[in-house]
Design a protein around this ligand. Structure first.
Ligand SMILES: C[S@@+](CC[C@H](N)C(=O)[O-])C[C@H]1O[C@@H](n2cnc3c(N)ncnc32)[C@H](O)[C@@H]1O
Length: 273
């Protein structure tokens, strides 16, 4: 998925509208796997507008703590608003910060939902997140499965190229996202970041192929970066072309993978050794 600087700031309000169709189901499946327990300390890296952080906060309760971290101040503001609407959630703190430089340590659980492939250096950034967990703590990484959202990405890039009247390379997932889109490859990659007991689960999901939902998928995600610099009339033409490119198609595949693992009790030594 393409996401230039500021794409997630611009998308934050619409990401909240898109959440029930996409972000919340992904968060629910991830948190079902990460299983935050009452009283635990959790780091939610690349939290966006916070669907997985909010679920973790509800699970850890007042005796626990959740630090939710995202570089997008607009996304963090949406999360803070959602926490206020939920009655305050004193155990949840949302921070505008680079997760790869986050100084917190000793978390029982670190979760990164659909974020690690956006990090400047996904391997080094994820290794940093692993170090944020306590020895023996859980680390959970969610990624898109190969092909997820591809039909929408391709239609959007074709529409933007037509409106800009310039040739654009056909849409493809970023190299990092491609690398993490298959179960075995994701398990090996996460293991190479220092986790043991790695298990990857696959979660089929789809976004309904109605015009409103297909356009929300653009406005409320990193796809929005492709609209940057276009005037309102051009955006309207992109919308029409994009929707006609997808007309009559199936629901948009948004299958995702959830990798769970543990930081070894003694760093560098797998717990089975
Ligand atoms: C696809 S969104 C996912 C958001 C959220 N986890 C969810 O599932 O709804 C990816 C998020 O990663 C954030 N992000 C990218 N690089 C980051 C970094 N270095 N540190 C913290 N957040 C980052 C973006 O701002 C964006 O909110």
């Amino acid at each position: 998925m393409s996401a230039g600087p500021g794409a997630f700031d611009a998308a934050a309000a619409d990401a909240v509208l898109l959440a029930p169709l996409l972000w919340e189901p992904v968060a629910a499946a991830t948190v079902a796997r990460s299983a935050p327990a009452a009283g635990e300390r959790v780091l939610d890296a690349c939290c966006g507008t916070g669907p997985s952080a909010l679920l973790a906060a509800a699970a850890v309760g007042p005796a626990g703590a959740v630090d939710a971290v995202d570089v997008s101040s607009a996304a963090v503001a949406q999360l803070q608003q959602a926490a206020r609407s939920a009655g305050g959630l004193p155990c949840l703190e949302a921070h505008t910060a680079d997760a790869t430089a986050w100084p917190g340590r000793g978390y029982d659980l670190v979760q990164g939902v659909l974020g690690v492939f956006f990090l400047l250096d996904p391997a080094a950034g994820t290794e940093h997140l692993v170090r944020c967990a306590r020895p023996g703590g859980r680390v959970v990484i969610t990624t898109w499965a190969t092909g997820a959202l591809a039909v929408a990405g391709r239609a959007l890039v074709e529409a933007v190229a037509a409106v800009r009247e310039e040739a654009l390379p056909a849409w493809s997932a970023s190299a990092a996202a491609q690398q993490l889109g298959e179960g075995a490859a994701l398990a090996a990659w996460v293991g190479a970041r220092g986790l043991d007991d790695v298990v990857v689960t696959r979660h089929p999901h789809a976004v309904p192929a109605s015009a409103e939902e297909l356009w929300l998928l653009v406005l409320g995600s990193g796809f929005r970066g492709l609209l940057s610099g276009l005037a309102a009339a051009q955006v309207a033409r992109v919308r029409d072309l994009y929707l006609s490119g997808l007309a009559g198609g199936d629901d948009v595949d948004a299958t995702f993978l959830v990798a769970t693992g543990h930081r070894p009790e003694v760093p560098g030594v797998p717990s089975g050794a």
